[in-house]
Design a protein around this ligand. Structure first.
Ligand SMILES: N[C@@H](CCC(=O)N[C@@H](CSC=O)C(=O)NCC(=O)O)C(=O)O
Length: 277
């Protein structure tokens, strides 16, 4: 494992690491913010961020403004890349499939199956690596944006007991029912919608009997991608299943990191209450 960037930030340190991933069979990069409490030797809870389409580990760490809030609450924040990458890794000319668009699933279809195992990476390999090599406790939260909001929701719902908190900004909340999701799920998992249901937050909510982790979701009302996101379908599924959800429609906000940064403090506080409370 190699540290390839480090920057002082809010009396803590923003770092980027690269390592060989057993899940993807490629080198993977992740950003990690170590708050001042961690630099002083305290073990801290870890908040995982999953980014959206086209992102690397850089978008979130440079645009979301998370560091000041992580420092305030004493949380480590980890932000991985959104897919395997490299010359031997399959790709697609479109921005919504292939490199930069792993959708946080374990692909079963060719040519994707060998490397596109992002669910194993974010839910298993990365937390094990973070908890072994950094001053981290096993208290974990997860959040994300758009494709990464979908990733955060399904990762938490698929692993009851593994996360203490979950939230999302403008998530692809019902991927099996929208074009972005249908395209990716078909490519990575095949054409059977019964298989897609295991990777769809709105569908998983109906089965989430082992745990009812409250969902916090912010959604911009001026989001140009709203027809791809459908938070209304997730809200309806939550209401039917009795699953706690706070969906906040935010007037005037679009899909960008300006929106994310505007509510970042409230999301980090939501996670801190569960992780340090
Ligand atoms: N038209 C854009 C589409 C890509 C885009 O908007 N990506 C979003 C996430 S969308 C859902 O997952 C994003 O986070 N972009 C990075 C950023 O820094 O804003 C395109 O062609 O790029």
């Amino acid at each position: 494992m190699e540290r390839i960037e480090h920057h002082a930030s809010f009396k803590g340190r923003q770092e980027v690491w690269q390592h060989a991933s057993a899940s993807t069979g490629t080198d993977m990069k992740f950003g990690i913010y170590l708050p001042p409490q961690a630099l002083a030797g305290e073990r801290c809870p870890v908040l995982y961020w999953l980014s959206g389409l086209t992102c690397s580990e850089q978008n979130f760490i440079t645009k979301a403004g998370v560091q000041q809030y992580a420092a305030q609450h004493g949380l480590i924040v980890v932000a991985p890349d959104t897919s395997p990458r490299g010359p031997g890794v399959p790709d697609d000319a479109a921005y919504d499939l292939g490199q930069g668009a792993g959708f946080y699933v374990n692909a079963t279809q060719q040519p994707w199956a060998a490397h596109y195992r992002m669910q194993d990476y974010v839910a298993e390999e990365l937390p094990a690596l973070i908890e072994q090599h950094f001053p981290a406790t096993q208290a974990r939260g997860i959040f994300g944006h758009s494709m990464g909001g979908h990733g955060a929701l399904v990762t938490a719902l698929r692993h009851p007991g593994r996360y203490r908190s979950v939230s999302a900004f403008a998530p692809i909340a019902a991927p099996a029912q929208v074009p972005w999701g249908q395209k990716a799920l078909t490519a990575y998992l095949g054409s059977d919608p019964k298989v897609w249901a295991d990777w769809d937050a709105a569908a998983l909510i109906a089965q989430a009997r082992a745990e009812r982790l409250p969902l916090l979701i912010d959604q911009g009302e001026a989001d140009e991608f709203l027809p791809q996101l459908r938070p209304d379908l997730l809200q309806a599924a939550c209401e039917k299943a009795g699953h706690p959800i706070t969906l906040r429609m935010q007037p005037g906000y679009d899909h960008s990191y300006y929106f994310i940064a505007s509510f970042m403090g409230e999301h980090v506080a939501h996670h801190a209450a569960a992780l340090r409370g």
